[in-house]
Design a protein around this ligand. Structure first.
Ligand SMILES: Cc1ncc(COP(=O)(O)O)c(C=O)c1O
Length: 392
């Protein structure tokens, strides 16, 4: 007799056989340049802690203070009794940071996409989505029940062709793109995409998860392109460069007012804790006051990328501190990552379905938390493993 759970055993076996089973490591210390991972002290190139704020004393002090004042949980969703004065203070501060009229705070970046997209479009509408958009955009788009039309990656001409083909049959359209694509580190051509979107009256949305704290002197991709205030919706996360947790939906006042009334994660899931919110507030202030952190991040990234290229590694099409080390087959990427770990470097292998088949890679996340010595150590180990496995 078959068991109703058999499909799970079968799927796990298949993943194991295809070497696609994810090995989830345990962190035994806080996120930082060096970490203890599975009991071993290693140089960390895995976290999105771009500016080294995840374990910063100022942010921790802000969180501690809020914890004492506000307790551990809000005990309600934002629309019932969960909106604390701290949330509103943060939202104002974040809007000023981004140069927009308003912002709203939700529980995570993933949540922000689930929250923002369904109120904007429905069954009678169409979403034009970059082929390599993040999973949270894809899921938010699916939740909306709008028709999803994929345009080629970073391709405004294809966006225009798709808009001309589909838009006449729909009520309204939404163009949505990642700002920085997290698997390749390349940047959306926001100026050109906006031009097409404006020409056809599309709503516009950009997810700046990997641009905040990184591009535009830390203010994000919209600043990088000088397009402040022109996007209908800017999505952000507090979990990467800001080092904390939380998601942001930002834009014109009317857009935020409207989404606040409709967004299901805002209406039906409890608010972000006061400790997180206070740390987020401290993070925004810290980033604004310390432009040298962004400079250090870029200096580190440029140095690492250049040296990797000189060693003979293929770092793909990155334009940002995300450095993919392209290896091709997932088996090789996993072996490479395992050998790096043995040598004291923590850098994850990414394979299908996170990246297309045959494009497996090690992804190096550069941060301002690394010293020159750290980078040299990392490069030395990459070179050793690269030679050993015949990659360089
Ligand atoms: C483009 C993009 N959007 C959203 C998210 C999710 O953000 P969070 O971890 O805050 O949920 C990520 C994180 O991987 C991302 O890369």
């Amino acid at each position: 007799m078959t068991d109703k759970l058999d499909f799970m055993y079968e799927e796990l076996d298949a993943l194991r056989e295809e070497k696609r089973l994810i090995n989830i490591r345990t962190m035994d210390s806080a996120a930082d340049g060096w970490m203890v991972v599975d009991g071993k002290r290693v140089l960390n190139f895995c976290t999105n802690n771009y500016l080294g704020l995840a374990n910063h004393p100022d942010l921790k002090a802000a969180a501690r203070e809020a914890l004492d004042e506000w307790g551990v949980g809000p005990a309600a969703v934002r629309t019932i009794a969960g909106t604390q004065a701290l949330h509103l203070e943060f939202e104002k501060r974040m809007a000023a940071f981004k140069g927009v009229e308003a912002s709203m705070l939700v529980q995570s970046g993933f949540c922000a996409n689930q929250a923002a997209i369904p109120p904007l479009v429905g069954r009678e509408d169409v979403i034009f989505s970059d082929r390599l958009n993040h999973a949270s955009i894809i899921d938010g788009a699916r939740l909306s029940r709008a028709r999803i039309v994929v345009f080629e990656h970073r391709d405004p001409a294809d966006l225009e062709a798709k808009v001309r083909e589909h838009l006449p049959n729909y009520r309204r359209g939404l163009m949505v793109t990642d700002g920085v694509f997290s698997m390749d580190g390349d940047v959306a051509p926001l100026d050109q995409l906006t031009e097409v979107a404006d020409k056809y009256g599309l709503l516009t949305m950009v997810d700046d998860a990997h641009g905040e704290g990184v591009l535009g002197q830390g203010k994000g991709i919209v600043h990088h392109f000088g397009l402040q205030g022109t996007f209908d919706v800017e999505i952000g996360t507090l979990s990467k460069a800001f080092g904390v947790m939380g998601g942001v939906i930002a834009g014109k006042q009317v857009v935020v007012d409207y989404i606040r009334q409709k967004a299901r994660p805002f209406l039906f899931s409890s608010a972000l804790t006061a400790a997180d919110t206070a740390a987020c507030l401290a993070a925004v202030e810290y980033v604004e006051a310390h432009p040298e952190l962004v400079e250090k991040l870029w200096d580190n990234a440029e140095y690492f990328k250049l040296e990797m290229n000189q060693l003979g590694f293929d770092t793909g099409r990155t334009e940002t501190p995300i450095v993919p080390v392209m290896l091709g087959e997932v088996g090789l990427a996993k072996e490479f990552s395992a050998r790096l770990f043995e040598e004291g470097v923590f850098a994850m292998a990414l394979g299908f379905p996170t990246v297309p088949r045959g494009e497996a890679r090690i992804r190096v996340m550069n941060t301002a938390a690394h010293s020159q010595e750290d980078l040299d150590k990392g490069l030395e180990i990459f070179a050793k493993v690269g030679r050993e496995l015949g990659v360089i």
